[in-house]
Design a protein around this ligand. Structure first.
Ligand code: 0RQ
Length: 498
């Protein structure tokens, strides 16, 4: 660790995780590094959770997005989180959120840093706890496998606790582009006009004085394996690749497409992997998470550049990344999430947004977050940042869930994250619906016929026809007391089927 703390005087601040965790007081607002299980502090949160076991209290936790089990999991298990923003995917935390124990503020990821800066989260940051590769002579911080909201949290905090993670390779230095926008009324245009534009520093400005403690940590990122590519993901990938080729033929997209954004998880990873066997070349990526599929693209010589806010590969992918980091450095960059997910930049460079839905309705509204209208799954994440501002907005889902007991296409979404005004393309394993330029009734027929599972297609068409009749062909026909009956039927009988 001493090699990684390049300022001699700062070495006096090296303490144990327990000593640093003792600084945390009840109800503090804590801003942490981390975006997906990448680059989050581990040793101090584990020590804090241990302390909370005997001395119960809770804090408000602001992250970049989901983080690993040593942070969200450990603190949620001991009841240590009072309020949490802006995205999560941990089962213990989710149970706390859906059990009324944790107040969860589910935010657009691009907005979360400024929400904290503006004071919208109920006060300012009391302490930032951040994982770094190294600390420079000037006391600036070299981030690790994610950027997230770290730079903004460090900027706002008076006190910073730094975890130096010795498992993170020093070659990460130089892969970050740190830029925190000014706040209104002084904000300037964000000068990213190409995916690989560098607009900031390679370090997070911090300074020696703000650093309260430095804690060594040798726990690696808790990355997760992806499910093997299944038939459904493969089909979805085929549908979208064919669609892109047709778009190029129609002159609506350049030969190497436009910058790709893809969400987290198996489907997103599978879609990106589909490009590896395609004849697309010179692909550009402007996204949040860089997963295995992007390394495959780079290895296949098809990737021109990928900009993201975190490296979130599988354990194999992480090994591959570390081993070949010298090559990947040439083609990859991490930015703060307010830049990676910036609506301004997404609209300017014209990204192709590809995210996964829990369900969507016949008119093209999308639910990305809630199970049966009530239970929080993960959160909106970056899907809203991209969906509204992309050149082309695509949503993916298998046509059914829970072994066919649930149709992912429903008369009316039980919760709406993305409205019909934001969505262009829907893809299931059954097919693809391009609803650009269509009216709601036209959209409904296309979505039902192209995307719905055959078991549910007649039921959806029947609903649409009866709704048209009942409303005398209204703009968006619904039978209001029946629109959510599919969800209530599932909750009562265990299936949406009649
Ligand atoms: O539940 O694990 O209990 O079986 O939902 O579904 O099919 O495994 O899909 O892991 O890709 O997650 C939308 C949640 C999809 C994710 C969502 C059940 C299903 C399963 C998960 P089980 P799958 P995935 C950038 C973009 C929002 C944020 C976003 C997500 C579980 O992609 O959180 O897009 N997106 N960010 O059985 C009831 C349905 C269901 C259903 C699936 N219709 N009804 N349950 N499930 N469909 C990333 C970031 O912002 C960080």
């Amino acid at each position: 660790i001493r090699d990684r703390v390049r300022n001699q005087a700062l070495q006096a601040k090296i303490v144990s995780a327990e000593e640093a965790a003792a600084f945390i007081k009840p109800d503090m607002n804590i801003g942490v590094s981390g975006f997906t299980p990448a680059g989050y502090p581990k040793a101090v949160p584990l020590a804090l959770a241990k302390r909370m076991e005997t001395e119960p209290f809770s804090v408000n936790l602001w992250t970049g997005a989901s983080v690993g089990k040593e942070l969200d999991g450990a603190l949620a298990k001991v009841g240590g989180i009072k309020r949490r923003m802006p995205y999560q995917s941990n089962k213990d935390l989710r149970a706390g959120i859906n059990g009324g124990k944790i107040e969860y503020c589910d935010l657009h990821l691009s907005e979360s840093a400024q929400f904290a800066r503006y004071g919208f989260m109920g006060g300012k940051i009391d302490v930032a706890i951040v994982e770094v590769c190294a600390i420079t002579e000037e006391g600036h911080l070299i981030p690790t496998t994610s950027m997230g909201n770290t730079a903004s949290y460090v900027q706002s905090a008076d006190v910073v606790i730094v975890e130096v993670n010795t498992t993170q390779p020093l070659e990460l230095e130089g892969m970050h582009d740190v830029y925190v926008p000014l706040d209104p009324p002084h904000r300037l245009p964000i000068p990213v006009v190409k995916v690989n534009d560098r607009i900031g520093t390679t370090y997070i400005p911090c300074g020696v004085d703000k650093i309260k403690y430095i804690v060594p940590c040798d726990i690696p990122d808790d990355v997760r394996p992806f499910a093997p590519l299944d038939e459904n993901s493969h089909r979805m990938s085929e549908h979208i690749l064919k669609f892109f080729k047709d778009e190029i033929k129609a002159g609506r997209m350049p030969k190497n497409l436009l910058p790709l954004q893809s969400g987290v998880g198996n489907v997103a990873n599978a879609v990106i992997s589909g490009f590896v066997d395609s004849d697309f070349t010179d692909l550009e990526v402007y996204t949040e998470v860089i997963q295995d599929g992007m390394f495959d693209l780079a290895d296949a010589g098809k990737l021109k550049f990928a900009s993201g806010t975190s490296f979130s590969p599988s354990p194999d992918g992480l090994r591959r990344f570390y081993e070949n980091i010298k090559d990947y450095r040439q083609k990859m960059m991490l930015r703060p999430q307010e830049i990676a997910n910036s609506p301004e930049v997404a609209r300017r460079i014209g990204i192709i947004a590809m995210n996964t839905a829990i369900e969507f309705d016949i008119y093209g509204n999308v639910n990305s977050t809630h199970i049966m209208g009530s239970k929080m799954m993960n959160g909106i994440g970056g899907s809203g940042d991209f969906a509204r501002n992309a050149y082309l907005t695509c949503f993916f889902s298998t046509s059914t869930a829970k072994d066919g007991a649930i149709s992912a296409i429903v008369p009316m979404c039980s919760h709406v994250d993305h409205t019909e005004h934001d969505t262009d393309i829907f893809v299931t394993e059954i097919g693809l619906a391009d609803v650009r330029g269509l009216s709601p009734r036209e959209r409904a027929r296309k979505i039902i016929n192209n995307c719905a599972h055959p078991d549910y297609r007649p039921m959806l068409l029947d609903y649409l026809e009866r709704a048209e009749k009942a409303t005398k062909q209204a703009h968006t026909p619904h039978i209001i007391n029946e629109a959510l009956s599919w969800h209530s039927r599932f909750m009562e009988t265990g299936t949406m089927k009649k």
